[in-house]
Design a protein around this ligand. Structure first.
Ligand code: C2E
Ligand code: MG
Ligand code: MG
Ligand code: MG
Length: 287
C-alpha cells in the first residue's frame, strides 16, 4: 500500500523538478536572447567622495526589463554563469558602457566607471583584450575604468592572478567587491595586487545597530585592514547620514548607496556630475 504512494510522490517530485529546471533553462535562454535588445541596458550608481560629497565615479549595473517585470541582476547573472555564457554578458556590458559613456568620460577625465566581472571573466585572457580593445576603440584613458570582482570570483578562478596583473598593466584599477562576505584568508587576499576594497553593505548595515554590539568594531577592523594592505576604500549600501558620518570619521574616502543616489540612467548621471563642474563654483571676482 505504501509502495504506490511512494512511487507517486517520486513521480510528482521529479515532474516538479523537471518543470523548474525547464523554467530555469528557459530564463537563461531568454536572457541570452534579450542581451542584444533594448530590454537589457545599464544603470549607473554614483560613487561619491565622502569629504567633498562630489561624485567621482559610478558603478555600472546591468538591468533586464522582461515585459513589465525587472528581473533581479543576481538571478540573471547567476543564470548566465550556470549556462556558461557569462563572458558574453560581460562583453555586452563593456559594449554598452563604452557607448553610454564615451562622450561623457571625455568631458570628465577624473571620473571613472566601475564594471563588474564574474569568476569566469577572471579565468579568461579574453577579458584583458576585450577591455584593451574597448579603450582603443573609444580613445578613453584606462584610468576611466575600474573593474570589480567578488571574493568568490577570486577564489573560484584559475589564472586569476595573471588576469588581474594584466588588467592593471593595461592601466585599469581593480577592486574587490562585497568584501567580507567570502571566506578567503588574509594571506590569500594579500597575495593579489589590488587597488580598491569595497566594504559589503551588510557591514555598513551593522553600523550603530543596537544588538549587533560588534558591528562598529568589525567595520573599523575592515577599514584598518584595507589601510594595512594599502587599498582605497569604498563603502557600499550607505543609506543613512549616521552611517556616512561614522565612515567619514574613520577616514573612509568613498561611498555609494541610496543616500547619495540610486542606480540611474546615463543621462541622469551626466546631469549629476555636471552639477559639480568647476564652472558651477562661484566665480572669483576679478578687478
Ligand atoms: P554589487 O556589484 O555588489 O552591486 C551593488 C548592489 O547593491 C546593486 O544591486 C545596487 O543596486 C545595490 N545597492 C546600492 N546601494 C544600495 C543601498 O543603499 N541600499 C540597498 N538596499 N541596495 C543598494 P543590483 O543592481 O541589484 O545588483 C546586484 C548584484 O548583481 C551586483 O552586486 C553584482 O554582483 C551583480 N551585477 C549587477 N550588474 C552586473 C553586471 O553588469 N555584471 C556582473 N557580472 N554582475 C552584475
Ligand atoms: Mg559591484
Ligand atoms: Mg558590491
Ligand atoms: Mg553584491
Amino acid at each position: 500500500f505504501l509502495l504506490p504512494i511512494g512511487a507517486l510522490f517520486g513521480v510528482v517530485l521529479s515532474a516538479c523538478l523537471w518543470l523548474l529546471s525547464r523554467l530555469y533553462v528557459q530564463k537563461a535562454a531568454d536572457f541570452r536572447y534579450a542581451l542584444q535588445s533594448p530590454q537589457v541596458f545599464m544603470q549607473y550608481q554614483p560613487i561619491v567622495d565622502l569629504r567633498s560629497g562630489r561624485c567621482i565615479g559610478a558603478e555600472a549595473l546591468m538591468r533586464w526589463q522582461r515585459g513589465k517585470r525587472m528581473v533581479p541582476p543576481d538571478h540573471f547573472i547567476a543564470a548566465a554563469e550556470k549556462a556558461g555564457f557569462i563572458e558574453r554578458v560581460t562583453e555586452r556590458v563593456v559594449q554598452l558602457v563604452a557607448r553610454d559613456a564615451a562622450v561623457f568620460l571625455h568631458e570628465h577625465p577624473d571620473f571613472h566607471i566601475s564594471i563588474n566581472l564574474s569568476a569566469a571573466d577572471l579565468s579568461s585572457g579574453r577579458t584583458v583584450s576585450m577591455l584593451a580593445n574597448m579603450l582603443e576603440r573609444t580613445g578613453l584613458p584606462p584610468q576611466s575604468f575600474w573593474v570589480e570582482a567578488t571574493e568568490r570570483g577570486f577564489l573560484e578562478s584559475t589564472d586569476v592572478m595573471q588576469v588581474i596583473d594584466d588588467i592593471r598593466t593595461v592601466g585599469l584599477r581593480v577592486a574587490i567587491d562585497d568584501f567580507g562576505t567570502g571566506y578567503s584568508s588574509l594571506a590569500f587576499l594579500s597575495s593579489f595586487r589590488l587597488d580598491v576594497l569595497k566594504i559589503d553593505k551588510r557591514f555598513v548595515d551593522a553600523i550603530g545597530v543596537a544588538g549587533i554590539g560588534t558591528g562598529d568594531k568589525v567595520v573599523t577592523m575592515v577599514i584598518d585592514l584595507a589601510r594595512t594592505l594599502g587599498l582605497e576604500v569604498v563603502a557600499e549600501g550607505v543609506e543613512t547620514e549616521a552611517q556616512a558620518h561614522f565612515l567619514r570619521e574613520r577616514g573612509v574616502q568613498y561611498a555609494q548607496g541610496w543616500l547619495f543616489g540610486r542606480p540611474q540612467s546615463v543621462d541622469a548621471l551626466r546631469k549629476l556630475v555636471a552639477a559639480w563642474l568647476p564652472s558651477q563654483a562661484p566665480l572669483a571676482t576679478s578687478t
